[in-house]
Design a protein around this ligand. Structure first.
Ligand code: AVJ
Length: 320
């Protein structure tokens, strides 16, 4: 890459590192521009994408038991959510807790102020009695700040199997760091997608309508728009894989011809062989055994697992 490196955005640097590597990769954290957000919303409504519906069912069917476990021996708590999104699922819990007259507040943490504004406005209308304290920023900065004036039990939500985007190598570090920002007795309520019939998993990442394909290819569209690249969007195929031994689900973009792509922001040309792949995402699938190991490695104890009726998905409650 040219000597302008120092002036390049993190985005440009990351894209360059991935495309200059062998094998090529791009980070899934860059999926979520405005169009990516919209496409993910559509994914959550797809027939094949069971994850969202499973978590919805768990909340809807087991909200009373969830509340009991959150309270345990206390009378109040501070509910904190990492990467709150539009809060559709969380609202089931928030409504139930409010109706039950529970003494709690809700602190959604998100990197996007825009997301938080929409969520706060929505909650003001739908649950006027709810005390909302939105925090913009990095998860760990926000958790550290909350932990400073710690006079109430914290219950941290990390939903949607978002942990699945971390490789099995990096997830333990993330969970350990999360635990380091909590106090003894605090709770973590974390969603994991479980191993199941491989065909069910593959369909969830390869839907009939092609929305997931669009979502994957949108990453190249974003690089075209923001970094002045000339990716030909028709010349890449969407290809997910699932490894039933490790539970690793990966998405790829595969160049269906030999081609070169130029990116203005990096000043570089990247060559693709015919059928060369770019790895774009990990969506890890877990066993209850591996979840227990993750909890213990990170210094938590599993209090209780809440699963849907098909045992497709689990929201696992951990105590620090
Ligand atoms: C938001 C990370 C949980 O991996 O299932 C959906 C993102 N990618 N379809 C997932 C996603 C393709 C999703 N997570």
């Amino acid at each position: 890459m040219s000597d302008t490196t120092a002036t390049l955005s993190t985005f440009a640097k990351d894209i360059h590192s991935g495309l200059a590597s062998n094998p090529k990769y791009l980070s899934s954290k860059y999926f979520y521009d405005e169009k990516g957000d919209q496409l993910f919303q559509s994914i959550m409504n797809l027939e094949e994408y069971y994850l969202t519906r499973c978590e919805f069912e768990i909340f809807d069917q087991q909200k009373a038991e969830i509340l009991k476990s959150f309270l345990a021996n206390d009378t109040s708590f501070k509910l904190v959510e990492l990467g709150a999104g539009d809060g559709t699922k969380t609202k089931i819990l928030l409504k139930h807790f409010t109706n039950e007259g529970v003494d709690f507040s809700y602190s959604p943490i998100d990197i996007s102020q825009h997301v938080l504004d929409i969520l706060s406005d929505d909650l003001k209308k739908s649950i006027p009695k709810l005390q909302v304290n939105a925090i913009q920023g990095d998860y760990f900065d926000a958790l550290a700040k909350l932990n400073e004036n710690h006079f109430q039990k914290e219950v941290v939500l990390f939903l949607g199997s978002n942990i699945g985007n971390f490789s099995n190598g990096s997830a333990p570090k993330f969970l350990k760091r999360l635990g380091d920002n909590l106090s003894s007795g605090d709770l973590l309520f974390i969603g994991f997608d479980l191993m199941k019939d491989p065909n069910v998993i593959l369909s969830a990442y390869n839907d009939k309508l092609g929305v997931t394909k669009e979502f994957n290819i949108n990453l190249l569209r974003r690089i075209n728009n923001e970094l002045g690249a000339n990716f030909n969007l028709e010349s890449f195929e969407h290809f997910p894989t699932y490894d039933p031994i490790t539970g690793e689900t990966k998405s790829h973009l595969i160049s269906n011809r030999a081609q070169e792509v130029f990116i203005e922001a990096t000043g570089e040309t990247y060559s693709f062989d015919a059928w060369e792949a770019i790895h774009t995402e990990v969506s890890q699938k877990y066993s209850l055994k591996s979840i227990r190991q993750f909890a213990e490695q990170a210094g938590f104890k599993v209090v209780r697992n809440f699963t849907d009726k098909n045992n497709y998905y689990v929201d696992s409650l951990w105590q620090k």
